[in-house]
Design a protein around this ligand. Structure first.
Ligand SMILES: [Zn+2]
Ligand SMILES: [Zn+2]
Length: 154
C-alpha cells in the first residue's frame, strides 16, 4: 500500500530530476488504468484508486513509465525510443502499466461454462456470451455474473 503523500513526493522528485519545470503531477480518479501522461497540459497523473492499492515498488514503476512518456514524446508510443528511455530510468516493464490492469476494481465478475473470467464495471443488462469460447453469440456460452464488493480506499 503506497501512501499518496509519498507517491506525490516521488513524482515531484522525478519531474524535478528529468523534466522541464512546467510539468506537474496530480492524482486522478481513473479505474481502468494506472497512470497518464498528458502532453497538452504537461501533467502526469496517477489513479488514486490504484495508487492506494499498489505497493511502493509498483507505483514507482508506474511513475517511471509515465515520466518516460514525457521524455520520449507523444509520437514515441511504447516503441523503441520510449523503451530505451524507460529502461534508462529503471523501468522494468514487467507489465504495461497503462493497460487494462484494473480488473481488480470491477464490481461484476462473470464466468462462462468453460471457466473464462470476465469483468464489467457496469451492471450487465443483457445476456452476454463468452467471446473466448466463440466469436459469435452462442447461448451455450452464456456468462453468469456475480456482483462482488470492491473496496475503494483512497
Ligand atoms: Zn504507456
Ligand atoms: Zn468461455
Amino acid at each position: 500500500m503506497a501512501e499518496l503523500t509519498r507517491v506525490r513526493h516521488w513524482a515531484d522528485a522525478l519531474i524535478a530530476l528529468h523534466l522541464d519545470p512546467s510539468w506537474t503531477f496530480g492524482f486522478d480518479t481513473a479505474k481502468t488504468r494506472a497512470g497518464l501522461c498528458n502532453y497538452t497540459s504537461r501533467r502526469i497523473t496517477v489513479s488514486r484508486y490504484l495508487a492506494s492499492r499498489y505497493d511502493d515498488d509498483e507505483i514507482h514503476q508506474v511513475l517511471l513509465h509515465e515520466v518516460a512518456h514525457a521524455i520520449a514524446g507523444t509520437r514515441a508510443g511504447h516503441g523503441p525510443r520510449w523503451k530505451a528511455v524507460a529502461a534508462e530510468l529503471g523501468y522494468e516493464g514487467k507489465r504495461l502499466h497503462d493497460g487494462a490492469i484494473a480488473n481488480e476494481l470491477a464490481p461484476w465478475v462473470g464466468a462462462c461454462p468453460a471457466g473464462h473470467v470476465h469483468y464489467r464495471y457496469r451492471t450487465p443488462t443483457r445476456v452476454l456470451a463468452c467471446g473466448k469460447c466463440s466469436r459469435r453469440f452462442d447461448a451455450a456460452n452464456t456468462i453468469e455474473w456475480n456482483r462482488r464488493p470492491v473496496s475503494r480506499s483512497a
